[in-house]
Ligand binder design. Structure first.
Ligand code: KG4
Ligand code: ZN
Length: 334
């Protein structure tokens, strides 16, 4: 079955709409609110919800036109149910349900992290369980053992900040822009990652992360280096900070693959757009003989195609979401 699905993703600061047919992307469009939030240094929930409301109709039109799909040809509608910002989630979820209701189509509410978890399948049809999946985004960092689609065991997670949140906070500490991940990625270009050895947290916990301590080390280092007048070039500091985060993510992902015996490693979430992380994961998986399946960078960050891909699974199972269902801002995978 290759259902044609109209999918919405509005959990945070991207309004995203896509049309997928099975796991093929027919269109995937989005309107990023980054510029709206940049002056606040982070996402402002009320501003996000309002901006979703303003752009969702025209984006839906654009997605259908680009996909060359008439609303009559749709088989289902899907939308992110959570986790995320409640007001932001409600826009896509209610719009999705209303569209489905008006067209007498089934509606599928999708877990945002499950969307990231499915995202590699859009470009790698051989991605299948059993697999270990590293999910690293702005709000979450988790290692998940996918025993079969829909059956997830969360092996470990961050005990404080998410990886993307760490990038965002550290970029601010270094005087770089928002969002911090792309800023550090860019600033690291040509830098030497071995210039400063920042601490790698929780070495004894095989699948858990901690990133909050890094901010103190980096801030202390920068303050001291500035005071003594020997601050290394920005590229070297940024590359060293990035390496501290990347090292931990790579090590714990490999631990998870070894501990579960999974031979396929998948990934999702905005942090996987990071060039150094992609390269280091590829090296580590090669060395272990593991198959690594990562989405291309544009599908690592939030998009609606991944929500459509996850919805295909639930639709195949006949798991239709009830009309009276609503969003769940604190929803958890597993
Ligand atoms: O998955 P995502 O788009 O949204 C959430 O679900 O949170 O992830 C956004 C996060 C932000 O923290 C951003 O700084 C980070 O992904 N990010 C990156 C890169 N691009 C985006 N982090 C590191 N390197 C990048 N190139
Ligand atoms: Zn996300």
């Amino acid at each position: 079955m290759n259902p044609t699905i109209l999918a919405f993703e509005t959990s945070c600061d991207e309004t995203a709409v896509a049309v997928v047919r099975g796991r093929e992307i027919l269109s995937s469009v989005l309107s990023s609110q980054v510029d709206l939030h940049a002056r606040f240094g982070g996402v402002v929930p009320e501003v996000a919800a309002r901006a979703h409301t303003e752009s969702i109709r025209s984006l839906t039109h654009k997605a259908l036109v680009e996909a060359r799909v008439h609303p009559d040809d749709l088989d289902a509608v899907a939308a992110t149910e959570g986790p995320g910002l409640v007001g932001a989630l409600l826009v896509g979820h209610e719009f999705g349900k209303a569209t489905a209701w008006a067209r007498r189509l089934p509606f599928v509410g999708v877990d945002h992290m499950e969307g990231h978890l499915f995202s590699p399948i859009l470009e790698h049809p051989d991605y299948a369980p059993p697999a270990v999946v590293v999910l690293v985004s702005g709000g979450h960092s988790q290692l998940v053992h996918v025993e079969e689609w829909g059956r997830y065991r969360v092996l470990g997670a961050t005990i404080d900040d998410a990886a993307g949140e760490a990038f965002d906070k550290l970029a601010r500490a270094m005087g770089l822009g928002y969002p911090g991940g792309p800023a550090i990625d860019e600033a690291s270009e040509g830098g030497d990652p071995s210039t400063i050895r920042f601490p790698r947290a929780l070495p004894d916990r095989r699948h858990d992360f901690s990133f909050s301590g890094l901010k103190t080390s980096v801030t202390t280092f920068i303050d001291k280096a500035k005071a003594s007048g020997d601050l290394p070039p920005l590229a070297d500091v940024a590359a060293s900070v990035q390496e501290a985060i990347v090292d931990v993510i790579v090590d714990k992902t490999i631990n998870a693959a070894r501990d579960t015996g999974a031979r396929i490693v998948g990934g999702g979430g905005g942090v996987l757009a990071n060039r150094r992380l992609r390269a280091r994961l590829a090296e580590a998986c090669d060395a272990e003989g593991l198959r690594l399946v990562l989405p291309s960078p544009a599908l690592c960050t939030d998009n609606a195609a991944m929500i459509g891909a996850a919805a295909v699974h639930w639709l195949e199972k006949g798991a239709i979401t009830a009309w009276e269902s609503t969003v769940d801002a604190g929803r958890r995978l597993g």
